[in-house]
Design a protein around this ligand. Structure first.
Ligand SMILES: [Zn+2]
Length: 86
């Protein structure tokens, strides 16, 4: 992701969600990173969905990796519900 584009996305997310990390609630000391609720490695088609983005500090984003966290849509069975209802 190019830096100007990344900056624009971060600015949009700060406007929407506030500047605190959405995982630990701490304001990032350095420029926040963009976390994907659905990891791009598993869901490449969701990379550019605004609903899939959230602010995360570098520490959370790097430690989280590609794991799905409790409270994430996937862990709540949203995907399986969607599939069974389709
Ligand atoms: Zn954090």
């Amino acid at each position: 992701m190019s830096t100007p584009r990344r900056r624009a996305i971060v600015a949009m997310l700060v406007e929407r969600d506030g500047s605190a990390c959405q995982l630990c609630g701490v304001n990032p000391a350095v420029e926040p990173s963009i976390d994907h609720r659905y990891p791009v490695s598993k869901y490449p088609d969701r990379e550019w969905e605004a609903d899939n983005w959230r602010i995360a500090c570098q520490r959370c984003n790097s430690s989280r990796g590609n794991r799905i966290q409790p409270g994430d849509p996937e862990s709540l069975g949203e995907l399986s519900r969607r599939w069974t209802m389709a």
